[in-house]
Design a protein around this ligand. Structure first.
Ligand SMILES: *Cc1c(COP(=O)(O)O)cnc(C)c1O
Length: 314
């Protein structure tokens, strides 16, 4: 561990490699791996994370928004990128930047096909999302016929994969619900395949799904939180290594008398003479105020022992 000279979020790429290899060890050799790098790679740095995973030959990336995909393309990422939550207005940009949309509604399917046809596209890769119980994004099982009919009317797009998302893969009390989702997904996939005559890849599992439902890995898995070092259960966490370390320095120490207040809105009052340390980070940096007034803690590494009542406020 290096010493912080100011506030930094240190990202350990060797921990990322470790987590990637650990998750891969749970897969069959032919199962593809999609790395979810949305939201700045879960608050770290999507470009650095994606560059490293690209070197490790990850098969796919996923981001939430088109703009996040553009940032990866601008940084020279060549690996295919699935955009999980695009809007119709993004269609042209998606095609321009070689980004593959999740198509989750009839409106988006129509709008995307219209733009792809206008641009003279042939077999542009798209991914269809079906809702199997999370009730977030996706077509429903009863929509298969209309989706297939719309797809048969064009050659501009090609369904590269069909996927769904598990609602409770980390909660083994909900195992029956998850098994039901898996069955619904299989039924949708087989109905789609027989009606459309195409054989798209299938994918369903997030990190906890990879760990808890090996029978449902299908052609590809999608992992986010596991890559960043968390297994979603205490049992699994020990096999992962957190990739990020938030470090800072003590800028100033105040000696305050008993009865003095500290921090915004005078949230804390000392009940004896105390020492208070200030660290250069706060809620503007995304460190929530819910950690204020003794609810958050820092680990203090000292070169020589001093007596200090450590108190964090932000
Ligand atoms: C965010 C997301 C994931 C990643 O889930 P983790 O639990 O972080 O592994 C996978 N699939 C979809 C559709 C997502 O939105």
């Amino acid at each position: 561990m290096s010493k912080a000279l100011e506030t930094i979020l240190e990202i350990d790429l060797s921990a990322l490699t470790h987590n990637f290899n650990y998750l891969k060890s749970k897969l069959q050799p032919q199962t593809k791996f999609l790395a979810v790098v949305k939201a700045f790679a879960y608050g770290s740095d999507s470009v650095e994370i994606a560059k490293h995973l690209q070197k490790l030959n990850v098969d796919y990336f996923a981001v939430a928004y088109t703009q996040e995909g553009i940032a990866l393309r601008d940084a020279g990422i060549k690996t295919p990128i699935l955009v999980l939550h695009p809007q119709s207005i993004n269609a042209e940009t998606l095609i321009d930047r070689c980004l593959e949309p999740n198509i989750y509604s009839a409106k988006l399917l129509n709008d995307f096909i219209t733009v792809a046809e206008q641009q003279g596209q042939k077999d542009y890769p798209i991914h269809l999302k079906f809702n199997t119980g999370l009730n977030r994004l996706g077509f429903n099982q009863k929509d298969v016929d209309t989706v297939v009919a719309r797809l048969k009317s064009t050659t501009a797009v090609y369904v590269k994969s069909i996927f769904s998302h598990l609602a409770a893969s980390e909660d083994l009390n909900e195992k029956d619900f998850t098994l039901q989702q898996i069955e619904t997904f299989k039924a949708i996939a087989s109905s789609f395949k027989s009606k459309s005559g195409i054989e798209p890849w299938l994918h369903l599992c997030n990190t906890s799904g990879i760990i808890n439902y090996p029978e449902a890995h299908f052609n590809m898995v999608r992992s986010g939180i596991g890559l960043y070092g968390f297994g979603n259960s205490e049992l699994e966490d020990k096999y992962f290594k957190p990739i990020a370390n938030l470090k800072s320095v003590v800028s100033q120490i105040h000696e305050i008398d008993k009865g003095k207040s500290v921090g915004y809105n005078r949230a804390y009052t000392s009940n004896r003479n105390e020492r208070v340390a200030t660290i250069p980070i706060g809620h503007a940096d995304g460190l929530s105020r819910i950690y204020g007034n003794k609810k958050g803690f820092v680990l203090l590494m000292m070169r020589k022992p001093i007596s200090l009542v450590m108190f964090v406020w932000i």
